[in-house]
Design a protein around this ligand. Sequence first.
Ligand code: DON
Length: 314
Amino acid sequence: MTPHNLQTIVDDIAAEMAQHTLRGKVADYIPPLACVSPDHFGITIIDRKGDVFSAGDADKAFSIQSISKVFALTMALGSVGDSLWARVGREPSGSGFNSIVQLEWEKGIPRNPFINAGAIVVADVLLAGYQPKEVIGEFLRFLHMVTGDNTITIDKAVAQSEQDTGFGNFALANYMRAFKNIHNPVEKALGIYFHICALSMNCQQLAMAGRYLMCGGRRGPNTQDTIISRQRTRRILALMMMCGHYDGSGEFAYRVGLPGKSGVGGGILAIVPGIASIAVWSPGLNTTGNSKLGTIALEHLVKRTGWSVFRADK
Ligand code: DON
């Protein structure tokens, strides 16, 4: 794929998305998300040479929400390694991102690190021996390091709203604490979780952040700096494929065929291993809480590039 072709493709996709009238429903559980216009659409692709192709609202910041769970997982694996898997599973949940039902059957062990319960356990793991402020600072430093961009911030109003309305997350955390799978006070673990979800980024920054997943754990295409091992990168990508879109993960794999992680802010980070890091954003969500136009845009992109990991090369 020449750079010229990729720029044409993202321009075409942005133009096509602008025509859509059925754009899904914007998340309305907190005011800072409810007031975002569904008219936005942005896309950025960074290829294996490090070239950047953007179209639409690619430079407009949005709340990346659950996409952060990929970065939190990367950090938690870096600090406790595979012992993490004693406290959180690696199976698709087949239920909504905020579901509590499986936790009783499975004795407080969440199915995977991307549903809310699993990400709260990851936040608790990151907290071990630290204060919430230190962990949040470390999380931001991680994002600054992988993107090379120190302007990325946490939106305090979003974090506060999450805190004010997060009764379901408090229920999940307390329930897991009853099973001894949350080791710190729930308020502290949730403080980290809410701040992690409130990270504000644009498509260009998000695609930059995904480069280490494209590059087998190296920070980017033009460096030997290593963020995580090749094997761990492959495993995080496997989790993104199986669990990154909650009970919509099968549909996303079927339609797009790439490891991806969505957030209720309407963003999706999708990775073509060894080839591209892609960020799309459109705030309207489909019935499984994943970006409606973001998914359609990725489907179009994969059709035009042949980038699905399930492609059968002749
Ligand atoms: O905890 C919550 O429910 C939200 N802060 C994050 C949810 C989210 O992004 C789920 N993804 N689609």
